[in-house]
Design a protein. Structure first.
Length: 202
């Protein structure tokens, strides 16, 4: 039983190598696919680079991205176990600043397992990440489910192109925060109401 997130990353590399894409990303209108082997090698290269500049067990690495708050990752030089902190998520608190919530491997993997028990995911599935990776729920159907199951984790080119990118991928699972979901539902209803009678009956 795997008890840390890097373990399925290594397993996926050993199982699929170059034969299975892991992280398709749209760049300049073209989808580029990165195989499992590349993902594992890049993770190793980043880890070795960080240790070269002095990262030690318990050190914190900030990885800002296209989201509202930076996502923080805890990197350990030891082999690791379920009690180690895997990442620090950002949560809305009672102050203007986001609160940091440590999440261990032992918390994240059972959380993902419970989600997969009710909503199975397969290595042929695709998921498009369009919400903040600092949002805890994104770590379950998105990043969290990708490692143990081997599903593709796609990344839209920009927030403005996300609707078009989603249509191109047709993901098996889709997660939106409430405001975005309400906006999409409103747009769908507007299009239905503005359609011709035969289309409205469909």
């Amino acid at each position: 039983m795997e008890d840390t997130l890097p373990q399925p990353l290594l397993r996926n590399h050993q199982q699929w190598g170059n034969s299975h894409a892991a992280l398709p990303k749209k760049e300049c209108g073209v989808w580029r696919e990165y195989p499992r082997k590349d993902c594992c090698q890049k993770a190793k290269a980043i880890f070795l680079s960080l240790t070269t500049v002095g990262l030690e067990a318990g050190g914190r690495v900030s990885t800002p991205g296209d989201n509202r708050h930076p996502e923080h990752l805890e990197e350990s030089l030891a082999p690791g176990n379920g009690d180690d902190i895997a990442m620090i998520l950002c949560a809305s608190g009672n102050t203007d600043s986001p609160e940091e919530v440590p999440a261990t491997h032992g918390f994240l993997l059972p959380f993902v397992g419970a989600a997969l028990a009710s909503n199975p995911v397969y290595d042929s599935d695709e998921y498009v990440s369009v919400i903040s990776p600092g949002w805890p729920f994104e770590q379950s159907p998105g990043f969290g489910a990708t490692l143990p199951t081997g599903q593709k984790l796609d990344f839209a080119e920009r927030a403005e192109t996300a609707p078009e990118d989603l249509r191109e991928i047709s993901p098996h699972t889709l997660v939106y925060p409430s405001p975005a979901r309400d906006q999409i539902a409103s747009a769908v209803q507007t299009n239905i109401n503005g359609g011709t009678w035969p289309k409205r009956q469909g």
